[in-house]
Design a binder for this molecule. Structure first.
Ligand SMILES: Cc1ncc(C[n+]2csc(CCOP(=O)(O)OP(=O)(O)O)c2C)c(N)n1
Length: 318
C-alpha cells in the first residue's frame, strides 16, 4: 500500500479510523444480542495502539488486556475473523471461544489478551525472554492500563525484564480511570515514570492529543528495544469516551465531570490526524475501510456457531 511506505499520517488515520468505526458498529450491533461477549471499547484511545503498532513487524509479539480490539486491528488483525469471534462463530480468530475479552491470533503476533488485570504482563516478559534466548530480531510489546501498575505482577515483570535486558516495550495507556476510580485516588509516590525508573527502565510520558509526536516517540522506543538496549516504558496519556465495559456512555455514574468528557470528545484525535491529510486521500481511506467493515460484519453474520463437540478442543496443547 502506498501509504504504508510514504505517509505516516495516512497510515495512522487508516488505523485509527478502522478502530473507531469497528467499535461504532459494535455499539450499533450490541443491542441485537448478536455479539456474545462483554466489550471494552477503546473509542477515544485509538491513537496509542495505532501509533505504536505502526512501527511493528508482523513477527513482533503483542500482549494486551480485555480492551483489545484496537490492538488487534492496529497490529493488522483480520477484521472479518475478529467480528466472527465477537459473534461467537466458528470462523472467529479463536473459533468463537475467546470472544472480545480474550482476543488471540498468533498469525499476526497477537499472543493474548487477558481479563485479569496485569496477568498478560508476566506472559509478555516470558515471551521476551524466549525471543532473547532464540536471538530473534523480533520484540514484544505489552499494553496495559495504569491500573496494572498497582499489581504485584507488574512490579515482578518490570524487575525481571530489566534484570535480563529483555526486548520488550511496556505501553501504559493511562486513561485516568480503573473502572470508575481516578488514578489520583490510587497512586502513591511520584508517578509511573518514577516507578519504572526504579527498576532501571527508561520511561517517557507522552500525550495522545499530539498523535504524530506520539507516533514518532513510539517509533524511537521500538527502535531502541529492537537494537537490544533492553526494555522501555511509555506512559501514554489518553481518555476513554465510553463506559469501562459495554457499549454505552456512562455519564449517569457521575464519576467524571461531563465537561471533562465533552472537552476530550471535542478534541478528537481522529479529527486531528484527518486534518493532516488532503480531503481526497482521507475520503478514499474512509471508503476502503467502510467496505472492509461491512464485509466483515456480513462474514460474521454468515458464519455458523461451532459444533457442541468442539467444546473441549484447543483447551490443552496436543
Ligand atoms: C486482578 C484483577 N483485579 C480486579 C479486576 C477487576 N477489574 C477489571 S478492569 C479493572 C480496571 C483496570 O483499569 P486499568 O488497568 O487502568 O485499565 P482500563 O480498564 O482503564 O483500560 C478492574 C479493577 C480484574 N479483572 N483483575
Amino acid at each position: 500500500m502506498e501509504e504504508r511506505t510514504n505517509n505516516p499520517a495516512a497510515r495512522l488515520y487508516r488505523s485509527m479510523y478502522l478502530i473507531r468505526r469497528v467499535e461504532e458498529e459494535i455499539i450499533r450491533l450490541y443491542p441485537t444480542d448478536k455479539i456474545k461477549s462483554p466489550v471494552h471499547l477503546s473509542i477515544g484511545q485509538e491513537a496509542v495502539s495505532a501509533a505504536v503498532c505502526d512501527h511493528l513487524e508482523k513477527t513482533d509479539i503483542l500482549f494486551g488486556t480485555y480492551r483489545g480490539h484496537a490492538l488487534y486491528l492496529a497490529k493488522g488483525g483480520d477484521v472479518p475473523r475478529m467480528m466472527a469471534e465477537l459473534y461467537g462463530k466458528v470462523d472467529g480468530c479463536a473459533r468463537g471461544k475467546a470472544g472480545s475479552m480474550h482476543l488471540v491470533d498468533p498469525s499476526v503476533g497477537m499472543m493474548g489478551t487477558s481479563a485479569v488485570v496485569a496477568t498478560g504482563i508476566s506472559n509478555a516478559v516470558g515471551a521476551a525472554l524466549a525471543l532473547k534466548m532464540q536471538k530473534s530480531k523480533s520484540i514484544v510489546v505489552c499494553f496495559f492500563g495504569e491500573g496494572s501498575t498497582d499489581e504485584g505482577a507488574w512490579h515482578e515483570s518490570m524487575n525481571f525484564a530489566s534484570l535480563k535486558k529483555l526486548p520488550i516495550l511496556f505501553v501504559c495507556e493511562n486513561n485516568f480511570f480503573a473502572i470508575y476510580s481516578h488514578v489520583k485516588d490510587r497512586l502513591a509516590g511520584p508517578g509511573l515514570l518514577a516507578r519504572s525508573e526504579a527498576y532501571g527502565i527508561p520511561a517517557e510520558h507522552i500525550e495522545d492529543h499530539v498523535p504524530m509526536e506520539l507516533h514518532e516517540r513510539a517509533g524511537a522506543a521500538v527502535a531502541a528495544v529492537r537494537r537490544g538496549e533492553g526494555p522501555r516504558f511509555l506512559e501514554c496519556m489518553t481518555y476513554r469516551w465510553r463506559d469501562h465495559v459495554g457499549p454505552t456512555e456512562d455519564r449517569v455514574h457521575k464519576y467524571r465531570p461531563d465537561a471533562e468528557l465533552d472537552a476530550k470528545i471535542e478534541g478528537d484525535n481522529l479529527k486531528i490526524v484527518g486534518k493532516l491529510l488532503p480531503d481526497a486521500l482521507r475520503k478514499s481511506i474512509e471508503a476502503t475501510e467502510e467496505k472492509r467493515i461491512a464485509d466483515a460484519i456480513a462474514f460474521a453474520e454468515a458464519s455458523t456457531f461451532p459444533e457442541d463437540r468442539e467444546i473441549y478442543d484447543h483447551v490443552f496443547a496436543n
